[in-house]
Design a protein. Structure first.
Length: 130
């Protein structure tokens, strides 16, 4: 085995190690995003539900959904009321199983949010009263 073969083997091993390091880091994206947005990730909510801390889990779920609704619309996004309502439907479907595990449902105040509400709230959030 020559020096060239040795270098090729080392390069192959390092490539495999690098692959698994990058893969491991990509699995932490949800946790990093939750820290940046000051909300708990789905894993954290699941742990609270498993531990039976339903009130704490529900409070975090409500805050997470409200935060995602608040960030849903920007005027330059080109979203229409109909599209926002479709996105709201997807959002509620995404989080409904967590509430069901606790024997609860998404609060009516959140569930009754419309696309027009989201667009109107943005004006106050952004300070843009056109």
């Amino acid at each position: 085995m020559g020096i060239a073969d040795f270098i090729i083997v080392i390069a192959a091993v390092l490539s495999i190690v690098l692959f698994f390091l990058v893969w491991g880091m990509s699995n932490d994206v949800d946790r990093i995003m939750s820290k940046l947005t000051n909300s708990a990730g789905k894993e954290d909510i699941t742990i609270l539900i498993i531990e039976g801390k339903y009130d704490e889990a529900e409070a975090i779920l409500n805050k997470t959904i409200a935060g995602r609704i608040a960030r849903m619309y920007k005027p330059k996004s080109g979203l229409t009321v109909e599209r926002i309502e479709k996105l709201l439907g997807y959002l509620f479907k995404e989080y409904e199983p967590y509430y069901e595990k606790m024997g609860k449902s998404i609060p009516e105040k959140l569930k009754n949010t419309t696309g027009a509400d989201v667009m109107e709230w943005y004006k106050y959030y952004d300070g843009n009263f056109e």
